[in-house]
Design a protein around this ligand. Structure first.
Ligand SMILES: Nc1nc2c(ncn2[C@@H]2O[C@H](COP(=O)(O)OP(=O)(O)O)[C@@H](O)[C@H]2O)c(=O)[nH]1
Ligand SMILES: [Mg+2]
Length: 265
């Protein structure tokens, strides 16, 4: 039996650990065997009981005991993860799960932007089906500028990790009703981000030009498609996410991640 991998990535505090707990509980209630994997060497308290825990091998605290400061210790800990991926994979395999949900280190930049992140993902996942669930924190979904930069960040993580990606707005329960019902569902609509920018004339000059270029780039690359609003506290949204995850994993490399096809296709 082949375990399928669900990576959960996003900025610090976006809700990765809480979603790992909620989604794994939701999937188990529907009959799946789910391994919860903590890949964060600096995690203190987790909202779930990890099936496999990187802290068995490496902790940020141990590097601090060797004299590094908190930031240096975290960097050293994340970089040293690569040494333990084979052990982690063996542990995951022994769990014989349908799905392994990987809760990634708290700080996105320490994981996704370190040289080792794509190597860690590749070594851990191997040839197994994988999807990256990228969390855009609800607090970033307000102004056109924040939305453009969140989508640019989502696309650069996709470029770094190189696996099919589903973008979600996390903590959907705290979104204003009009943002949740009228803005988020339209993000993938061609020209919609541009229209948000048109409405916000407070941004001017080179910042405006850069935002327009970024908005056009993610759109023409076919990068924005369905962006799912997900709340760890609302099972209907977890159901939609689970369905999307299954759809992506079933299609594998053939999956057209995004609904908006590049113009030349
Ligand atoms: N309202 C709301 N808060 C959430 C949700 N998910 C996470 N949070 C809160 O966001 C904070 C950070 O969550 P956590 O999972 O630790 O973030 P991580 O750093 O990405 O792992 C915590 O205080 C959570 O209670 C959600 O769906 N709704
Ligand atoms: Mg966390």
């Amino acid at each position: 039996m082949d375990t399928k991998f669900v990576l959960v990535t996003g900025t610090a505090g976006a809700g990765k650990s809480v979603l790992t707990a909620a989604l794994s509980r939701f999937m188990e209630e529907r009959g799946a065997v789910v391994a919860r994997v903590n890949l964060d060497p600096a995690a203190e308290k987790l909202p779930y009981d990890p099936s496999v825990d990187v802290r068995k091998y490496v902790t940020a605290a141990s590097f601090m005991e060797e004299g590094l400061g908190p930031n240096g210790a975290l960097i050293a800990a994340v970089d040293s993860l690569i040494e333990y991926v084979d052990d982690l994979r063996d542990e995951i395999d022994s769990y014989k799960a349908d799905y392994a949900i990987i809760d990634t280190p708290g700080q996105l930049e320490l994981f996704a932007y370190r040289y080792g992140a794509p190597l860690i993902v590749k070594a851990l996942v191997g040839e197994s089906p994988v999807v990256n669930v990228f969390l855009i924190d609800a607090v970033f979904v307000d102004t056109a500028a924040n939305i453009v930069s969140a989508l640019a960040l989502a696309s650069s993580v996709a470029v770094r990790l190189g696996v099919p990606q589903v973008n979600v707005v996390s903590k959907a329960d705290i979104l204003l009703p009009e943002v949740r019902e009228e803005l988020v569902p339209r993000l993938g609509e061609p020209g919609f981000i541009r229209s948000l920018l048109e409405r916000d004339q407070t941004v001017k000059g080179w910042r405006r030009a850069l935002m327009e270029a970024l908005a056009d780039a993610v759109e023409t690359a076919g990068f924005i498609g369905e962006v799912l609003p997900v709340s760890a506290h609302e099972d209907e949204t977890l159901a939609a996410l689970y369905a999307k995850i299954q759809q992506v994993l079933a299609a594998g490399d053939d999956y057209r991640i995004y609904d908006v096809a590049p113009p030349d296709e």
